[in-house]
Design a binder for this molecule. Sequence first.
Ligand code: FES
Ligand SMILES: [Fe+2]
Length: 353
Amino acid sequence: MLDPEAELDRAWSLPPECYTRPEWLVLDRQRVFGASWLPACRAEQVAEAGAYVALNLAGEPVVIARDPSGVLSAFSNICRHRAARVAAEGCGSATRFTCPYHGWMYDLTGRLTGIPEGVGMSTFRREDHPLPAWHLEVWDRWVWVHPPHPEPQPLAGQIGPFQEWLGDHMEGFRWIASREYHVACDWKVFVDNYLDGGYHVGPVHPGLAAGLVGKAYSTRVLGDCSLQSCPLSDTTAGAMAWYWHLWPAWMVNLYGDVADTNLVLPDGIGRCRVQFDWYARGDCPPERVAAIVASSDQVQREDMQICEEVQSNLSSRFYHGGPYVPKREVAGWRFHLKWAKATGFKLSGAGNG
Ligand code: FES
Ligand SMILES: [Fe+2]
């Protein structure tokens, strides 16, 4: 059982129930994803007047839209009438949103502008019922959103170490491809796998391991973020692989002239979705894009396989969490402590499981 007082060398990982029981999924949605800034889309996707992106963030449908006068807003994508989704998921361009259920109309800032056959609604004032606004910030190339309550901390409070570090690391990088993966594991299993300090890289990713100087792998915990790094073996110039994890579940991976981001979102009990976006510096012809995506896809499939196996075994009567390997797993341990604090998970003070 996770013990807040235990140091890493005697600590024990989260109990399996945190990954399998519905009550923790509810808290993940409310207190983790529902109380965090999330990188919802790329700013270039909503650069033009009328452009919008509609997506589901851990169970909350949200729209990010730029209205004709250039104002960028984020708001709940749930109709004020009977809760249909106002904008279809995906991205596009619109002059207004018309609910597909009974035709209520909203403008691109979320104001309710029209109700078909709406005469005789004696007390309902449509100006009092816009779609609930979310907080929005554009930083670097991403649009970040946060639910209207609880009141958010400044974005820098959540991702400051990454903001300071990024500097010109992605200067000249352009988006080249996206893909979504559905994984049969709790989102925390996927994050745990990412945060094991390269411990699984040799056994699970032999192809990837060949390109890294595994002995030089290192992990730093920086606030609620962590940075893992490893020299790339095929360069003499000291190029590095950088692996950022930003609370709660966003990864940014940089390898020389290529980068990818992975947003992990819960998608039901024991299920998550991982949104991958790839970026590359300079011109990237289609063959190169295909090669970048294919090699990343290989690694992702290896991770998915092990994560799905772990999730399935977390329901066994014979597994009760395990210790951490201090040399590798400091970031995973800190992630568990942060998760316990965010959700109010009752930490055991009684020592190891
Ligand atoms: S649910 Fe949207 S108009 Fe009825
Ligand atoms: Fe992996």
